[in-house]
Ligand binder design. Structure first.
Ligand code: ADP
Ligand code: MG
Length: 297
């Protein structure tokens, strides 16, 4: 023991250096806060904020860029739902789903940050409005979203927040699904997940049964995909966004009545209008999917 002790480096007490740094094969999913250099904010949602960092252990600018998500409100403990989001992303491996890289833990585990690959073009909402994308490229993005969703569903997860703001763009020929903050596991034999706590919900992307009974399922993700497809084909033009358009159609100025008015309108079979250059075939297909979803409940 004494011989060994002499050969090991002295580790000061209360050191914040984790043992993994001394191991021969350090865990690549453990990120050290002190090597992270903040570059800029990438985006914010309801629950989280995402910041671009350069992770640079050598401290010579040769590090890698990573996107780091943390909760907007740190509460002194790590909420279970946040660890679930991290665990779900960690378990997913698909070309059209944003890649998990690891975690960064601070304050003895009271704060946990999620480290993901950085997608330089941001979300579809950041990317689409400034480009003049043709329909074929829009449909290619839509197809990739389907591939990612198909994989997610094959693992029995539902996303529950599929929207252009949660689809990330690597380059002009690759998109990936992100933000698994509302995702839920559907056990074998079950067909839906019923939500109890319902705070800030993306209701304008919700299917009828989600609004009426808080029942979320594989088909309700397909409904949200339809709304996302609408966003893509309107190139995420903010004047035609689903909340703007649906509010206009509802003609209901009362914010508190939004959910009920939206539900009534959808039950009357009113839907988002066909985007200007949307091919007729695509519209027909979308309506068929919406109709199928409705028949299930
Ligand atoms: P929230 O759960 O708060 O909605 P998101 O995971 O959706 O958080 O991230 C918020 C925003 O941050 C996204 O809409 C997107 O603009 C940006 N963002 C998220 N992840 C990445 C990433 N890996 N690369 C680049 N930008 C990202
Ligand atoms: Mg989001």
């Amino acid at each position: 023991f004494l011989v060994l002790r002499r050969e090991l480096p002295e580790i000061p007490e209360n050191s914040d250096i984790s043992p993994s740094e001394f191991a021969n094969d350090p865990d690549p999913s453990v990120f050290q806060k002190r090597y992270m250099k903040e570059i800029r904010e990438l985006g914010k949602g309801h629950f989280g904020k995402v910041i671009l960092y350069l992770y640079d252990p050598a401290n010579d600018g040769t590090g890698e860029y990573v996107a780091v998500k943390s909760l907007k409100q740190e509460s002194g403990h790590v909420p279970e739902s946040w660890m679930k989001e991290i665990d779900i992303l960690k378990s997913l491996h698909h070309n059209n789903i944003v890649k998990y890289k690891g975690c960064c833990t601070e304050l003895g585990g009271q704060v946990v940050q999620l480290i993901m690959e950085y997608l330089p073009q941001g979300s579809l909402r950041d990317y689409l409005p400034s480009r003049k994308l043709g329909v074929p490229q829009c449909l290619m993005f839509a197809q990739q979203i389907c591939q990612g969703m198909d994989y997610l569903h094959s693992r029995r997860y539902i996303h529950r927040d599929l929207a252009a703001r949660n689809v990330l763009v690597e380059n002009d020929s690759l998109v990936k699904i992100g933000d698994f903050g509302l995702s839920k596991y559907i056990p074998e034999g079950k067909i839906y997940y019923q939500v109890r706590e319902d705070g800030d919900s993306p209701v304008f992307w919700y299917a009828i049964e989600c609004l009426r009974e808080s029942k979320f399922s594989f088909p309700s993700d397909i409904w949200s995909f339809g709304v996302t497809l609408y966003e893509i084909l309107t190139r995420c033009d903010s004047r035609q966004s689903p909340p703007e358009k649906l509010r206009e159609m509802m003609n209901s100025p009362n914010e508190q009545m939004t959910l009920l008015a939206l539900l009534k309108m959808l039950e009357r079979n009113l839907r988002l209008p066909c985007p200007r250059d949307c091919p007729h075939k695509v519209l027909l297909h979308a309506h068929k999917k919406w109709a199928k979803t409705m028949l299930l409940f």
